[in-house]
Design a protein around this ligand. Structure first.
Ligand SMILES: NC(=O)c1ccc[n+]([C@@H]2O[C@H](COP(=O)([O-])OP(=O)(O)OC[C@H]3O[C@@H](n4cnc5c(N)ncnc54)[C@H](OP(=O)(O)O)[C@@H]3O)[C@@H](O)[C@H]2O)c1
Length: 261
């Protein structure tokens, strides 16, 4: 099949980052293996997991069972905050479980004890320099916490993965990431959306798509990376198909107005 055209960014470590990916939180066992393999077979090239999801072995099996070459897939995993002080063991365990030589992106899952923790960031830089990971980033960090990491080390996170959806739209926060050259990546984009809300339903009807597809395409229209989880083949497919249309600027602006930012 023809791989749908998912937009990408070039990240600082030289990777190509597909802006739409498959989330895997709460996918377990054979369901996780199947979802990952199916998603890759239909054209996904970005899979998001974490040590904390306890499914890296299954995600790795899904990668292996799909016929897609390792070099074509962007794999993200995350270091749990409780593992700080043991960063190297954590990434080695992730690589073992995933059965990979490297991951494309490694994130600090949450600020440890609510703090930026430059010591952990230095360990991330070492892991990148040792080629265990291609890109390094953070998740659930504030801009102030990110600035603390940059100030301490001179190294800017490639990505900040945060909860995001139309109701979370905050142009100033988005601009603060863009100004620093950081890709904002949205998690829980569907769960956080009111998919039965009248505006999303009206726009979906206008384009002949679903409210979920409107939400995913709206992220892409802003250059925001977005990951959606599904265990269901039809919904995994529909979510990827969100790349297949474009929203007019006035529809993007109408959805922006749902935000509190
Ligand atoms: N960094 C962090 O702290 C953090 C936190 C949360 C999540 N994440 C990552 O972000 C990913 C996505 O977030 P999420 O899993 O919380 O939420 P999500 O992807 O926004 O929503 C997933 C839920 O929506 C359903 N769904 C999927 N596609 C749908 C569609 N087209 N129409 C209607 N319902 C649909 C899924 O059910 P079915 O499976 O039945 O389709 C599931 O219940 C996670 O899987 C994880 O990889 C990261």
């Amino acid at each position: 099949m023809i791989t749908p055209k998912v937009p990408t960014y070039a990240l600082p470590g030289g990777s190509t980052f597909p802006l739409l990916g498959l989330g895997t939180w709460q996918l377990e066992g054979t369901q996780a293996v199947d979802a990952v393999a199916f998603a890759l077979d239909i054209g996904y090239r970005h899979v998001d997991t974490a040590t904390g999801y306890s499914n890296e072995a299954e995600v790795g099996r899904g990668l292996a069972e799909s016929g897609v070459a390792r070099t074509l897939v962007f794999v993200t995993t995350k270091c749990p905050p409780e593992n700080v002080g043991h960063e190297r063991e954590t990434i080695q365990q992730s690589l073992n479980d995933l059965a990979l030589d490297y991951v494309d992106l490694w994130l600090v899952h949450w600020p440890p004890n609510g703090e930026a923790r430059p010591e952990t960031w230095r360990e991330f830089i070492r892991a990148r320099d040792d080629e265990l990971v291609r890109e390094i980033g953070v998740s659930n960090y504030s801009i102030a916490q990110i600035d603390e990491l940059i100030e301490a080390t001179g190294v800017t996170p490639a990505v900040n993965q945060v909860p995001w959806s139309p109701k979370d739209f905050d142009p100033d926060l988005l601009a603060a990431h863009t100004e620093r050259g950081i890709v904002l990546e949205a998690y829980s984009p569907l769960k956080r959306s009111d998919l039965n809300g009248s505006l999303l339903r009206e726009i979906a009807e206008e384009y002949g798509v679903t409210p979920s597809q409107v939400v995913l395409q709206w992220h892409l229209a802003h250059g925001i990376a977005v990951i959606a989880k599904s265990a269901n083949h039809a919904r995994i497919t529909a979510n990827l198909d969100a790349v297949g249309f474009a929203l007019a600027a006035d529809d993007v602006a109408a959805i922006d107005a749902l935000g509190n930012g």
